[in-house]
Every structure is written in structure tokens, then in C-alpha cells.
Write a protein of this length. Structure first.
Length: 219
């Protein structure tokens, strides 16, 4: 199984070897690092979602996306490596009067139940090096039900020019070819690289080089 973290660099280029401690430190603040509103790409998929569906948010941080999905009437599970982030996510869910099943876990060691979710969302999960990313993408597909919907947004290598969020390592960023290869067995509904302005709290702010994937697992 791949390692969750190693001698790598976090946002801003600072080296760290303990991912949990790094994210705990980032989330230890009065406000929400990425804000409390959902990711715009995810919110734009509302018409594809149905109340009562089961959903998984991968590496959900402080809960903005899982809480939004729960507000749409979905039964949501989410996990993150940071206990501080998960605690803030639980507080956000309580403030929004929704229920989300939160767990503290890293990507490599989460349980990844088979064919359990109608929707799997992975929004800016770009701490993963190529080995961990390959494991994560396969695990996400494993956990999707046949006919389930996969929603992914991330940064492309051009983001290194903008420096408005994301990791500084090009190997952690997504390309159309990479996503098409990883999810080529699915029906690709949309795969689009674009440059857009985003406003997601203190950490994601400004013109950004993004890539969106909407795919459906074969029934």
C-alpha cells in the first residue's frame, strides 16, 4: 500500500514529513481555510444529484463540500487525515443542520467499501504523489456503485504559473491525458481544462488553471 506522505513539500514549498500535523496546523484558525461555501464545480453538478443518494467526499478537510452534499439530501460519508479539520467539519454540519458520517483517516488506510456510493467527489485532492494517486483513483472507482457518478476537480501544471493554490510539485497536478487514462473505463461525460477565477477562502483565491472531470462508472 502506498505511503500517505513522505519528505515532500506542502503549499508554499515548506518541507514536511507529517501530513496530519501539517494540515492540523493549517486548519487551526478561527475561520475556515477554504471557506464554508461549496466548491463551485461541485455545486454546479446539483442537477446530476438526487436526494437519498449515497456520496463520499475524499479528503474533505473542513467539510464545505460534504455539508453541501448533505444539504442536497444525500447521505454523505467523508474522511480526512486531520482531526482538527474533521472537528471543524462536524461543527459546520451542525451549524447547517445536516448529518454527515465523518471519519479521521488518510487515503491509504481508509476502508474503501466496494460498490457503496452513488457519488464520489474528490475536490483538490492533490497532496498525492503519483503512487498514492494511482491507488486513490482505483479505490474511488472500487467504491462507486455501477452507474455511479465520479466528480473530480484539480489543478493543471499551468497552475504553477499562477500560484493561487495547490502544491508546487508538477507531478501532483492533473492533465487531461492522466485523467483519461485513469478513468478511461468510465463514460467520460465531461473532461475540461480551463482557466477560471476562484474565491475559496484564504488558500484558493484568484485566477487558476483547473481541470474538471465528470464520469460515470459502467453499469
Amino acid at each position: 500500500m502506498p505511503k500517505e506522505h513522505g519528505d515532500t513539500k506542502g503549499q508554499g514549498g515548506t518541507r514536511y514529513t507529517d501530513a496530519q500535523a501539517t494540515w492540523d496546523k493549517r486548519y487551526t484558525r478561527d475561520d475556515y481555510l477554504f471557506g464554508t461555501l461549496p466548491n463551485a464545480f461541485l455545486a454546479g453538478q446539483a442537477m446530476r444529484l438526487d436526494s437519498g443518494q449515497s456520496a463520499l467526499c475524499v479528503a474533505d478537510g473542513e467539510g464545505r463540500n460534504s455539508v453541501w452534499l448533505a444539504r442536497q439530501g444525500l447521505k454523505v460519508s467523508a474522511f480526512d487525515i486531520s482531526p482538527v479539520g474533521v472537528e471543524k467539519a462536524r461543527k459546520l454540519a451542525a451549524m447547517q443542520h445536516v448529518k454527515v458520517d465523518y471519519e479521521i483517516s488518510d487515503v491509504a488506510n481508509w476502508r474503501w467499501p466496494e460498490a457503496a456510493f452513488d457519488v464520489v467527489a474528490a475536490i483538490f485532492v492533490q497532496f498525492a504523489d503519483p503512487e498514492l494517486r494511482a491507488f486513490m483513483f482505483k479505490a474511488m472507482l472500487k467504491s462507486l456503485k455501477p452507474g455511479g457518478l465520479l466528480l473530480v476537480q484539480g489543478y493543471t501544471p499551468k497552475q504553477l504559473e499562477y500560484k493561487t493554490g495547490g502544491p508546487p510539485q508538477v507531478e501532483h497536478l492533473y492533465t487531461e491525458a492522466l485523467l483519461r487514462e485513469a478513468f478511461g473505463a468510465c463514460e467520460i461525460i465531461e473532461l475540461c481544462a480551463h482557466e477560471s477565477e476562484i474565491d475559496e477562502g484564504a488558500q484558493h483565491n484568484g485566477i487558476s488553471a483547473l481541470i474538471d472531470l465528470i464520469a460515470r462508472k459502467p453499469a
